[in-house]
Design a protein. Structure first.
Length: 381
């Protein structure tokens, strides 16, 4: 028996010795860099290419779409190859599909032309998302009994052209177009949309005027500088819109380097609407950029204000982490903004630098009785 016991010990010891260690099981950074290079994710910008592309898949979870998989396509380029001072132009394309049956594509493009004399920006989305409608106002969003299901089928595009007046001041014009259809609504949702401005299917088309003061060093991931932007949009049947209304959007963001690897970022945002505002164009308190953690579309009203403070820290290699706190409020009229309920938002996130200063982000946000997990390209603001 004693000999058998020793034989078992020797067999277990030899098995332990031949088993690969954790370091052997997990790929090292060099291997990961090699794999990423094959996907175009080298941590450098090859300016000789027309567009230096990179591709990266990743998981996500949001309150409105459940568990899903997204793919981020990121590109950096220079329109003028001789201009080494202006920040590079960038393009981001992300596709997604989720367990709820949601799928879609989001698109952003920043072009800096003629030594940043002109800026041509385009953003858009095409998606089909099973979602819910609670109604308008805080009281409607707070009550779970108001929750009614429908499918949101949306196409939206927002091109804009900005001209530099001084070193950091820009003015411009743009177009805001969206087509949203609420298909397969529950009986309760049908009643909502019958009473709502615009009905179940709404086309919104308006012309925008832009004013921007912007000293940020790199728009997708600023380390220092500040921006103040005002966007006024006039929607009219003469421009192809179903209803006549106006929206005014204000944003102030500030970025400050605390240490070589740490940045603090502040974002204040407000949106006001007046006129015959359709349900699809009410201001939303909660999405992947602001008030993260809330179901997008649960809290909506004519006017909103949000503020958030985010701490961003770069770890070694490609890794980074963030943490944020924020709050927001909503109202029917501008004079009542701030007098009603304030909702909190807090969260933390992971950053992976896929291209220089271009991060893929995984954020986990917590709101009041609500959470969300987000996978996207670029910072929240």
């Amino acid at each position: 028996m004693l000999q058998l016991y020793h034989l078992h010990r020797l067999a277990l010891l030899s098995l332990f010795i031949t088993l690969p260690t954790q370091a052997e099981l997990l790929p090292d950074r060099q291997k990961i860099d090699t794999w990423l290079n094959q996907l175009g994710g080298s941590n450098s910008f090859d300016e000789s290419k027309t567009i230096d592309w990179g591709l990266l898949p990743g998981p996500f979870y949001t309150p409105e779409m459940g568990i899903g998989v997204g793919t981020a396509l990121v590109g950096l380029y220079r329109i003028d190859k001789s201009d080494k001072i202006t920040q590079p132009s960038s393009i981001g394309l992300s596709g997604f599909a989720s367990s709820t049956g949601a799928f879609g594509v989001n698109f952003t493009n920043y072009n800096f032309i003629d030594h940043d004399q002109w800026r041509l920006f385009v953003s858009g989305t095409l998606n089909n998302i099973p979602t819910y409608y609670w109604g308008k106002g805080y009281a409607a969003g707070k009550n779970d009994h108001n929750k009614e299901k429908y499918h949101s089928q949306e196409f939206q595009i927002t091109p804009r052209a900005l001209y530099r007046l001084t070193d950091a001041t820009y003015i411009g014009v743009g177009w805001n177009f969206s087509s949203i259809n609420a298909s397969d609504p529950d009986e309760g949702a049908k009643r909502y949309f019958q009473q709502a401005e615009g009905g179940r299917s709404v086309i919104n088309s308006g012309i925008s005027a832009y004013f921007s003061y912007d000293t940020r060093d790199f728009l997708p991931n600023a380390h220092h500088g500040q921006t103040f932007e005002t966007i006024y949009t006039y929607f009219s049947p003469n421009l192809g819109s179903d209803t006549r209304f106006q929206s005014t959007q204000l944003q102030y963001a500030y970025y400050h380097v605390l240490t070589e690897k740490t940045v603090v970022a502040l974002d204040n945002y407000a949106r006001f609407t007046t006129g015959d505002v359709p349900w699809s164009q009410l201001s939303l308190l909660g999405n992947s950029n602001r008030m993260r953690g809330y179901y997008e579309g649960r809290y909506r009203d004519n006017n909103i204000f949000t503020t958030q403070l985010e701490l961003r820290h770069k770890l070694d290699w490609r890794h980074g982490i963030v943490g944020w706190v924020g709050t927001g409020t909503m109202s029917d009229t501008p004079s009542e903004l701030g007098e009603g309920h304030w909702l909190p938002s807090i969260g933390a996130g992971y950053r992976f630098e896929f291209k220089p200063r271009m991060n893929v982000r995984l954020d986990f946000g917590v709101g009041r009785n609500s959470t969300g997990f987000y996978f996207q390209v670029g910072e929240a603001f």
